[in-house]
Design a protein around this ligand. Structure first.
Ligand SMILES: Cc1cc2nc3c(=O)[nH]c(=O)nc-3n(C[C@H](O)[C@H](O)[C@H](O)COP(=O)(O)OP(=O)(O)OC[C@H]3O[C@@H](n4cnc5c(N)ncnc54)[C@H](O)[C@@H]3O)c2cc1C
Length: 378
């Protein structure tokens, strides 16, 4: 069979693949995006949708801050609402030890030259969120963080790609990758494809794609759990987390409360690797109990759905961003370790710059694909 030829083939149509594909197409490349299942089937639609620069690993702060203005303009760029709201994000201290940890964090971040995270007192916290439990002592906030609707965002990106002329091939799993005279050759369930370059945005399966090229890039799959309640009267505006507990909580414009906190369900394995996540009811109950501790009003909440989404977790919790050490033309952008949603609008331009060999201001050395090589990072 004669292979289809494209300037770029993107492997995986989660938000990262959709972001890279659209940006590359906008810069004039012919692009095919190959998705084993359906667009945004995994982490990208399971996501809590938090757009958070608060309490980030120092290596990721500059990227998340750079992504924020892109979120602001995303609905315009994609031609559809993504549900993005600058609600703020807030990390609450429930005891003196937690308050001390937040104060230490604020000092450390200020020493690095960042001023977006700010401590608030107990009184200011209560004034901002009257429904919060009385024992809370204060918090760390970022006022211009927020959240978006993951499903609306994925739909918007998918449609924008289709409109821009990106070829979207769903149910087309990439089964191998090798060098060819035209660049790289991919074997897929629907036949061979040739591309000048390839971006691996295969999420929890990214290590398998990297393995085709001989790049050893460790990833562990986690099935991260979420809970959503029936609509409730509005009681909280910002996204709320806790310094001492596993909790992240937000209320949507419709009134549902979306609760997460990195509780892990089970990973079901299939012949091609992780298949789906299965939530554990007992852990959902613990998650809910954490939420009730901060917001007693949630005792009356009715849970309508729990789910678990598969995410690729790297050993240091930072993504892999950069070119393959072994296969020129192959680039990696995976392993977002439970906090990639916030970065999605930036990953397209960042990776497109790498594809074009352009310099930009983003410090991506901490995300080097080879950083866990036994011989040292590349
Ligand atoms: C429950 C949950 C809550 C989260 N909450 C937040 C949050 O509040 N804020 C935040 O910033 N981040 C959050 N995240 C993380 C964020 O959602 C992810 O980091 C991000 O969506 C990852 O996108 P992705 O495109 O890399 O991966 P995915 O969306 O998983 O996409 C990878 C795609 O690759 C496809 N694929 C795999 N193998 C192949 C192959 N061989 N051939 C073709 N296609 C293939 C898969 O089918 C999949 O569709 C959360 C994640 C989860 C699971």
């Amino acid at each position: 069979m004669t292979p289809d030829r494209h300037d770029l083939a993107v492997i995986g149509a989660g938000l990262m693949g959709l972001s890279v594909a659209l940006e590359a197409r906008t810069r004039g490349m012919s692009v095919v995006i190959l998705e084993a299942e359906t667009c945004a089937r995994h982490a990208s639609s399971a996501s809590a949708g938090g757009v958070r620069s608060l309490n980030r690993h120092p290596a990721e702060i500059a990227l998340t801050r750079a992504a924020l203005p892109l979120w602001e303009g995303l609905a315009y760029r994609l031609g559809r609402d993504c549900g993005f709201r600058r609600s703020g994000q807030i990390r609450v201290a429930e005891d003196a030890e937690a308050m001390q940890a937040l104060e230490d964090r604020a000092t450390a971040i200020a020493a690095l030259g960042f001023d977006h995270e700010r401590l608030v007192t107990r009184d200011e916290l209560k004034a901002r969120i009257p429904a919060i439990a009385d024992h809370c002592l204060g918090a760390l906030v970022v006022d211009d963080d927020g959240f978006a609707d993951p499903l609306a965002t994925a739909h918007a990106w998918r449609h924008a790609n289709a409109r821009a002329g990106v070829l979207i091939r769903e149910h087309t799993r990439v089964m191998s990758l090798e060098r060819s005279t035209a660049g790289l050759r991919l074997a897929t369930a629907a036949g061979p494809i040739e591309a000048g370059c390839v971006v691996n945005t295969a999420g929890a399966w990214g290590d398998r794609i990297a393995g085709f090229a001989g790049d050893g890039m460790p990833v562990r799959t986690a099935a991260l759990q979420m809970i959503v309640t029936a609509r409730m009267p509005a009681f909280v505006d910002p996204v709320v987390g806790s310094q001492g507990r596993k909790l992240s909580l937000k209320q949507t414009a419709a009134g549902s409360v979306v609760i997460g906190g990195a509780y892990k369900g089970d990973v079901r394995e299939g012949p091609d690797g992780p298949l789906r996540g299965v939530p554990r009811a007992g852990r959902a109950a613990s998650n809910l109990a954490n939420a009730v501790s901060l917001f007693p009003a949630l005792r009356a909440a009715r849970v309508t759905r729990i789910w678990a989404g598969l995410e690729g977790m790297t050993p240091d919790g930072l993504p892999y961003l950069g070119q393959s050490r072994t296969m020129p033309g192959l680039f990696h952008a995976f392993g977002f370790s439970a906090h990639g949603f916030a970065l999605a609008p930036l990953i397209g331009p960042l990776m497109a710059d790498l594809l074009e060999g352009k310099r930009n201001n983003h410090a991506i050395a901490p995300f080097a694909p080879g950083r866990f090589d036994s011989v040292g990072s590349v």
